[in-house]
Design a protein around this ligand. Sequence first.
Ligand SMILES: NC(=O)c1ccc[n+]([C@@H]2O[C@H](COP(=O)([O-])OP(=O)(O)OC[C@H]3O[C@@H](n4cnc5c(N)ncnc54)[C@H](O)[C@@H]3O)[C@@H](O)[C@H]2O)c1
Ligand SMILES: O=C(O)C[C@H](O)C(=O)O
Ligand SMILES: [Mg+2]
Length: 603
Amino acid sequence: MWRGLVRSAASNLRHSRSYSSAVPLPSIIHKRGIDVLHDPWFNKDTGFPITERDRLGLRGLLPPRVVSFEQQYDRFMESYRSLEKNTVGQSYGVVSLAKWRILNRLHDRNETLYYRVLIDNIKDFAPIIYTPTVGLVCQNYSGLFRRPRGMYFSAKDKGEMMSMIYNWPAQQVDMIVLTDGSRILGLGDLGVQGIGIPIGKLDMYVAAAGINPQRILPVMLDVGTNNQKLLEDRLYLGLRQPRLEGEEYLSVVDEFMEAVHARWPKAIVQFEDFQMKWAFETLHRYRKKFCMFNDDIQGTAGVALAGLLGTVRAQGRPLTDFANQKIVVVGAGSAGLGVLNMAIQAVSRIAGSGANPHFFLLDKDGLLTKERKGIDPAAAPFAKSVAETEEMGLREGASLVEVVKKVKPHVLLGLSGVGGVFHEEVLKAMRESDSIKPAIFAMSNPTTKAECTAIDAFKHAGENIVFASGSPFENVDLGNGKVGHVNQANNMYLFPGIGLGSLLSGAHYISDGMLQAAAECLANYMKDEEIQMGILYPSINSIRDITAEVAAAVLRAAIGEGLAEGHGDVGAKELEHMSEEEIIEHVRRNMWYPIYSPLVHER
Ligand SMILES: NC(=O)c1ccc[n+]([C@@H]2O[C@H](COP(=O)([O-])OP(=O)(O)OC[C@H]3O[C@@H](n4cnc5c(N)ncnc54)[C@H](O)[C@@H]3O)[C@@H](O)[C@H]2O)c1
Ligand SMILES: O=C(O)C[C@H](O)C(=O)O
Ligand SMILES: [Mg+2]
């Protein structure tokens, strides 16, 4: 149960919150009494030792027995397990929200214990604090709201953001996840309720990348919502106005980015769940100016590419064969286009710039060809020419079934946000694939929006497929002791490492080379024996390990490109002189791990 490395208190405290107010020794924190108990960053509940109770004015505010961290941990897990028992037979929504509530209450009260149970039970808890339950939490946010978490900047705050940013109590922030709530998972525009996504992503940053929870900041940019139901909901907590558009919209994002940069010039900003037009626009606008990335475009692309390369290996083919793979991508949004852009780059690296990849792109109106009217410029490079389409017996707007039947793809990859779009006929058509091991990636989230379920994929497309989904599914029992392995193709395998590696590099922007290094690291992480069994991604139980490797790869790439400026007391020169082993050791040393650190100096 007690996995992972236990850091020394001193090293944990190096990243602790520091205070500008003059603090007389012996206290390490400036708060006293009930304020300490009400601060989840420092609270140890019944775990406060007698010396700290004395010196922080806690005597009498707690029952007398001092309970160890291990006992507190076991107590929480017992109540969690009994909640599981007591909710057997109830609906998914009721059970998962009950689980979310119990975890959220701990999060509100005692962050050290919260992150420890999260890290140690990540396989069980990720589906609650992350996809799929986080989607349900966002949908029910107004009703579930008890306490705020993170910061909210709204269209009404124009002109005020530079001063508002100083309302955040931490002196240092390393990692920000920002959304405008316009495309929350596959659930559409959820307005201010989308704040659950940055919170969930940052929980993964703490659990996987060891970013200190005192240095994370979830942010909601509330520029209104076009969701009529929310606008009419009397409990809705966001601005009741249609979304800002055009220059008005961009000026709000600009102001926020400048405010963040002014206070924390080295903070990394992850853009998350923005509708496509703003996802691309803001990425182009800020990517060389600030240290930022768009997770849905860039993080997803790297995870998908790692899976696609794994698929080639699973077929027993050399990686150069990637250039010959026929890949049908369903969904021409920020994620689908991000994947195709990165896949095209990979093909030209592997097979030279003259290679002609066999990629097919569909959106809600079917196969995209050059004949499409009003085609989005971001999708245009992937539209098929008339000659190519005719040669295959296809046409503009051809349906998914037609495309799969004619193309016989090696890979069918969904990022459409439409549950069940890989229906029985589509999956059965995959049996005629030209691959001996066709791959089906149903990457849309949450589970209800997956293009197909794992069971249906193995049932209709055959037992020899490789399967991956964005939200978790159980492995499938194929009978006779055989198991259909379910991979979770989710950007959670990359964004924490991209963020941590970029942070430690101190680079002023995140280059394509850094992102490519992250994807390659994930692709190379899996052993051939695993790949042969259809296992394309590591178990989520190893997410801390894979994240350290990814972060080291990103850091090495930044050093190699001369972008690394260093972080904290480790400068560019020191980074340049580190060996590969020293870099990974440096990354691991900088990963926060939850233990109770002393809050008073020893006399
Ligand atoms: N697994 C992951 O790591 C991951 C990462 C990012 C996004 N996603 C998921 O991918 C989905 C899409 O995200 P996005 O940012 O690209 O959204 P988006 O809104 O930008 O794009 C959705 C695309 O799907 C197309 N589409 C809609 N209905 C369709 C249909 N019936 N057939 C074919 N195409 C259809 C739309 O035309 C559009 O091109 C979401 O559900 C999101 O949760 C998953
Ligand atoms: O949030 C996730 O689980 C993955 C991805 O960022 C998404 O938008 O679906
Ligand atoms: Mg996302």
